[in-house]
Ligand binder design. Structure first.
Ligand code: C2E
Ligand code: CA
Ligand code: CA
Length: 580
């Protein structure tokens, strides 16, 4: 029996007095149904209800009969309900008859619930009859609401998700309401996940979703776009100064550490912003431009705010072009290593080499790292090229050793990405083994950017390598902020005095004093010292006098292609002195 059949048969009954057995059977069926059946006459008087209806509306047996159908209609809808009934009584076409719609119904106690409702109308010997089949759909509604929530909210934090954020943003923009978008990306979140697992990472994000709103204005909208990426909408904020103040508040929100599941994390955030309408007319454009600004904030050392500027887009495009060019160059084998001699200052005998990267560009000729290093330092490329440099330098050192040439140390510069890769120890061990090079012949050069973030994941590979006898030198020493205590914590073998100090050694008293103290500290804590960028014999003499024993610089030789470096070694014989 279809719903409509049941409907019509049931509503064909006008009271329980019928003797028709077919109808009596139908009555039983209707009484047993889970759907609520309820009929009324043209005056609105309820003429029939089944048990399910009484249960649904909360009335006792028979209590609904004779009452006005209004009792199941919430008060605010009663007038339009009465008007609809009157229209049907006047035989005007009904918009509701035969259709299943959703309505709000009222229980005996006045409470309301969503109901599915199908109306039938008929005319029989008693006149016009109306009947409804209804059921409670609160559960469906709740489920729908949940689904809508899922579609609009991030399940982890309960914040609006990207789709919902952009929808709201678009609506504002279409309405001509100025707004600003800030894109946020956490600094240091990956380390939380890596060291403590995703469960802890999730808890940090949840904590953040609670903490951030307190730092934002009441009308700001915070959303999570995924991962550790968040977005903030600041309605009405069009003054760059106000926007910067909003961003500063967000940066400030990260000053206090995050204490989660027994761990304490010091996180930071980078923020990029874009303001409508000048920096974007649609949600996509505004978010995209704020993203570009975020990208710049990350490049500028993180934990800063940058507002979108049009040149950011062209900078990104040229950067992307450069990266694909670099990828091509890697595949085409266009990178080569040049070698700069390292000498004993007292006799200018070569005792080592530093491998320096050059790009043999098919059109632009030999390029120095300054022209391409920033683009190369991104992880996948840096790892690939870094591994190649390590391998090639080890191969060359072994080849010179096998040829009986007096090279005792090969210096190799590392990219930050290599240090953070987790495979550094393995990569180095592999290269040494492949070329049967003793660990003492290799010296890894690390700069302060690596040093400043001395934490366990960084220290571990260096401790391993140091234990195996690999040399580790601190490059460009003295230029940054590395503390003396970090010198003690880090497993070092040598300090390289930055060429900046050597350059002004003869003219700048301060630089001279710095160089003298570096040499002193190195000697005191048992580290070798080498000075970079020696260009004149005066500088050499001064360094010697200060107690520095090794050096490197144009005074001796520039970085040379392998063949020329070899000539240099051979031409002057074992441990030969280089003429100035
Ligand atoms: P760095 O490690 O400090 O390398 C020394 C730089 O000083 C080299 O520049 C070298 O050519 C230059 N130099 C040497 N002697 C003198 C001198 O007497 N006077 C002057 N003015 N300069 C001198 P280069 O080859 O252009 O490399 C620049 C930087 O690029 C390097 O600085 C290093 O940080 C990076 N780099 C070079 N090759 C590699 C590499 O294979 N891997 C990594 N990760 N970085 C590299
Ligand atoms: Ca170096
Ligand atoms: Ca250096």
């Amino acid at each position: 029996m279809t719903g409509i059949d049941a409907n019509e048969q049931a509503f064909g009954l006008q009271g329980p007095a019928s003797s028709d057995t077919r109808v009596a059977g139908a009555l039983g069926l209707v009484q047993a149904a889970t759907y609520a059946f309820i009929t009324n006459d043209s005056s609105g008087r309820i003429t029939f209800v089944n048990d399910a209806a009484e249960a649904l509306f909360g009335y006792g047996p028979g209590a609904m009969l004779g009452q006005n159908i209004d009792v199941v209609v919430p008060e605010r809808f009663r007038a339009s309900h009465a008007a609809g009934l009157a229209r049907m009584v006047r035989n005007e076409p009904s918009r509701m008859a035969g259709r299943t719609i959703e309505v709000t119904a009222r229980r005996c106690d006045g409470s309301e619930f969503p109901a599915e409702f199908t109306l039938s109308i008929w005319r029989d010997r008693f006149g016009l009859g109306f009947g409804a089949i209804m059921r409670d759909i609160s559960e469906w509604r709740a489920r729908d609401a949940h689904l809508v929530r899922l579609a609009h909210h991030d399940t982890l934090t309960g914040l609006p998700n990207r789709a919902s954020f952009e929808e709201t943003l678009d609506a504002r923009l279409v309405a001509g309401q100025a707004t600003c978008v800030l894109m946020l990306d956490l600094d240091g979140f990956k380390e939380v996940n890596d060291s403590c697992g995703h469960g802890t990472g999730d808890a940090v994000l949840q904590t953040l979703a609670i903490r951030l709103p307190a730092w934002l204005g009441a009308d700001a909208i915070l959303a999570r776009f995924g991962g550790d990426e968040f977005a903030v909408m600041l309605p009405g904020a069009t003054d760059p100064l106000k926007v910067a103040a909003g961003a500063a508040a967000l940066l400030e929100a990260f000053a206090a550490p995050f204490c989660v599941l027994g761990h304490t994390f010091h996180l930071g955030v980078s923020v990029g912003g874009a303001i409508s309408p000048t920096q974007g007319l649609s949600a996509g454009e505004l978010v995209g431009n704020a993203d570009l600004a975020l990208f710049r904030a990350k490049q500028d050392g993180k934990r800063v705010f940058r507002l979108f500027q049009p040149e950011m887009r062209s900078a990104l495009l040229s950067r992307l072009a450069m990266q694909s060019e670099l990828r091509r160059a890697v595949a085409a084998g266009e990178f080569v290593l040049h070698y700069q001699p390292q000498v004993a200052l007292e006799n200018r005998c070569i005792n080592g080499a530093e491998a320096l990267l050059r790009w043999r560009h098919p059109e632009r000729g030999s390029l120095y790292p300054g022209a391409f290093l920033p683009q190369l330092e991104e992880p996948p490329l840096a790892l690939e090229v870094g591994r190649w440099i390590l391998d090639e330098a080890c191969r060359q050192a072994a080849a010179w050793r096998d040829a009986g040439l007096p090279i005792r140390k090969m210096g190799v510069n590392l990219f930050t990405a290599q240090v953070r890769s987790g495979t550094l120890t393995l990569d180095v061990a592999d290269a040494l083994q492949r070329h049967r090079l003793s660990p003492e012949m290799l010296e890894l050069e690390i700069t302060e950017t690596i040093f400043l973030k001395v934490d366990e994941p960084v220290l571990r590979p260096f401790r391993d390598l140091h234990r195996r006898g690999v040399g580790i030198s601190f490059d460009d020493f003295g230029t940054g902020y590395a503390s003396l205590s970090s010198l003690k914590r880090f497993p070092l073998t040598r300090l390289k005095i930055d060429r900046g100090f050597v350059r002004d050694l003869m003219t700048d008293q301060h630089d001279a004093a710095i160089v003298r103290s570096i040499i002193q500290i190195g000697n005191d804590i048992g580290l070798d010292i080498i000075a970079e960028g020696i260009e004149t014999a005066d500088q050499e003499a001064r360094l010697l006098e200060m107690g520095c024993k090794q050096g490197q610089g144009f005074l001796y030789a520039k970085a040379l292609p392998a063949a020329q470096f070899e000539d240099l070694l051979q031409g002057f014989g074992p441990r030969q002195k280089i003429a100035s």
